[in-house]
Design a protein. Sequence first.
Length: 244
Amino acid sequence: MKIGIIGGSGLDNPAILENAEKNEVQTNFGNAIITQGTIDSKEILIIARHGKNHKLTPTQVNYRANIDALKQKKVDVILSTTACGSLRKKMDRGDFVIIDQFIDFTKFRKNTFFENFENEINHAPMADPFDDFLRQILINSAEELNFKVHKKGTVVTIEGPRFSTRAESNMFRILGADIINMSIATEASLANEAKIPYASIAMVTDYDCWKKDEESVSWEKVFEIFSDNAERVKKLLVTSIKAI
């Protein structure tokens, strides 16, 4: 079993791996840096989504290279982690959300491997973009660890790097989004095109800016809260990996 992990804000340290080694993988879309090792005798391949020391903006992330590199390495599944803002009062800071749907509000991304149909016509089905088997493992693992987990949630992915206006935040709530981030829709779309089962662990760090009795989101607060909870995310990942 080969498991790909794409780590987001505050979780790009591969310290959870045994016998870790770093390799650069060349793809038709650019190169990706993969740290490879083992957890519970399973082969694990980690990509830091935003690059070393979080140097890449959400728009600059080479999502195609990352997914294609994991496909080249023949991973069986992909698990990702992400910080997110909550658009619902019931989803509080530190809660986990196991995403089941996305709404894509990005504008400038390379979000498909098929820039033309010269070789084949491909309209990827996307009705249920997150793998149910993996999602259930994440839910079961969170419950086993006594973490507060929401068993489903719709994420709206925005372009970034700026955060939402209050009007946008309220619009996303009306559209049915539960959480907001800047990466998952693009990543999930490409994983589905690559036919790799994909699931994501979202951890709430803020209330975006719709909730007037709360401080509006800032990067400093997002990073602080996610970093403070990074060990919980790692525990959830390791427990889930052992169950796959």
